[in-house]
Design a binder for this molecule. Sequence first.
Ligand code: PMP
Length: 427
Amino acid sequence: MSLSEELFRRALRVSPGGVHSPVRAFRSVGGTPVFMSGGGGAMLRDVDGREYLDFCMAFGPLICGHADPRVREAVVSALGRGWSLGTADPYSLELAELVTARLPWVQSLRFVNSGTEAVMSALRVARAATGRARVLKFEGCYHGHADAFLIRAGSGLAGQPEADSAGLPPAVLNDTLVAPLDDIAGLERLFQEEGQTLAAAIIEPLPANHGLLPQRAEFLQALARLCRAHGALLILDEVISGFRLGFGGFAQASGLVPDLVTYGKIIGGGFPVGAYGGRRDLMELVAPAGPVYQAGTLSANPVAMAAGLATLKLLESGEAYRQLEALGARLDAALGELEGVTVQREGSIFWLCFDPAAGPALPLRTPRSIPAGAAAAFKPVFHGLLGQGIYLPPSAFEVSFLSLAHEESHVERLAEALRHTFGRHAA
Ligand code: PMP
């Protein structure tokens, strides 16, 4: 028995599913999760001493790679000053000033401990600002695990919402509406009927939690226009895309101006940080400036702030994004010729959709357009790559990430391993 298998048996006794976040358990790919002991650069190391070229990258925060020495130095130096102050402090100020100086749509922001908290709090602000209860989200978009967001649509706009989780109070089902992506006419109908009841619409402007589903600019602009016309706030959830597609994330790349925006992942450099921010008049509603309560014992933790600041400083000049885009272009070229896999990529985010049947119309923009066989087809590929020392996120619908620690040779290695895996399964 491998050490991973032994540890997993123990973990199952003390934690649900043996893990602390569901995808880590390998349920959707089968087999035993690999227990990783650490990482450096583009590599992960498991407890049995094997090394893996990592394209999961902790699901997005590690844009500089594992244990980047520059981020590490900032963290070690922060540790020397004490790791929790619970006071006003200069470190969160520096990070907040950097973000607000560079991102004009963030006039004011509040640090929290996760993307979930950021989104949950942004919705509370939107409800307070509008005096309305309901929120509109989109099929396939993930916004963390607060009750209001764990719901997707039934069929079509008129369908009863259905919950993705047990344990949600029924009122939540009434207050969350779900619309399909990439459907302007549907959106117009929905706003016509329900627009006046909406506190906010929230969207991942680059949906990256059900595969990678780039949206047409017209669709996002229609959403912004409808929100404005009906007095609903527009919340862009940039937990993945923020500081990833460019320093200003999707908002900067598209010119789309959110009322509120949420960040996570990269903003904490791999430590538990989320942030919500936006228009000053809205953020002034947050306690103690205003009546919307939101607090946190560990919020703006100084070690996490140091990691976030060091990471954002490495990204600030824009050179990092040019490097990542060049590597992404190499990935397109290397994987482009492979049959049976569709590559959707935006900057350093990529998604491999494995489809044993004929290629679908591209690009895929909605969860419904993903070929039905994609999840089943992913399993043998995932394990084929794992056996060759390559770690993809352990789900067909999670996106992969390039980091500044990845090199062209890594991309070539992925292409070669895929070729090898396909060859074996075809044989
Ligand atoms: N929003 C988006 C777009 C996300 O991708 C995630 C997490 N992957 C979240 C919110 C929730 O963030 P967290 O897991 O830090 O709570």
